[in-house]
Design a protein around this ligand. Sequence first.
Ligand code: NDP
Length: 281
Amino acid sequence: MAKIIDGKAIAAKIRAEISAEAARLKEKGIVPGLAVVLVGEDPASKVYVSMKEKACADVGIFSDEYKLPVETTEEELLALIGKLNADPKIHGILVQLPLPKQINTERILEAISPEKDADGFHPYNVGRLVIGKPLFQPCTPYGVMVMLKEAGVELSGKEVVVVGRSNIVGKPVAFMCLQQNATVTLCHSKTRDLAGKVAQADVVIAAVGVPEMIKGSWIKEGAVVIDVGVNRVGEKKLVGDVEYAAASERASAITPVPGGVGPMTITMLLQNTLESAKRGL
Ligand code: NDP
């Protein structure tokens, strides 16, 4: 039976460390600051934004919230970002996605100063990640790497199979594993023989968005399984991208859904804001 990699517990430990570090910075007169920008009324986005603000308050990070109406123009949003880029109290800027359709998301993300890009989505930061010199690392993959480290998983020389190649999860986590000297296979919807690829893996990282599509029987005995997927099934139930019960029978360690990667994402946003404030010292 697999050991459970407990994202809640790891997130709580990292948040306690962030809180202690934020208190030390406060003694030097520095309060890490995160600006959170929400455009429109998307209910899920509203929930995420309020969770992020609460998480900031809990660890002593100052958060400044900007709630803009759905009809906000690209120019108005760019003007706000310009102001936040120049604000010395702000060390991280987060624009909650998705944006309303009159706004070009790429243009907005590229307007955020790479030195305040708390989500790590700016092409400058993506490039730095690819060359192995990250400034900001995108939060979910950063959280995955912290979980692997906390679980004592050594990646050097290991076969890592990542399923999913999105810019926010699959691609960055693949480069992060490569940086740790893993041999990485990056799979997607056109990959042939996905089951065969997964069966080779010492570590499987699933970021697909299809409920339980990675079957337990594909998992190599003793492999480590990280399930990034969050899929709503029915009214209340959340499941991952991996067939959890069957995979647990074969894996040596596995992340649950919920309570696995999920709690790490906001934690790493806090970490990014803290690191940015420290860089500015
Ligand atoms: P995207 O939809 O952007 O990407 C999904 C990827 O999966 C694509 O690369 C796609 O391939 C691939 N894919 C889809 N179907 C298959 C298939 N049948 N076989 C192999 N590959 C397939 O998703 P995200 O990366 O944004 O998110 C992935 C999951 O992670 C979702 O469940 C999401 O909710 C969750 N998530 C969780 C977070 C957290 O905090 N825990 C944060 C972010 C995401 P192709 O490129 O060829 O289309």
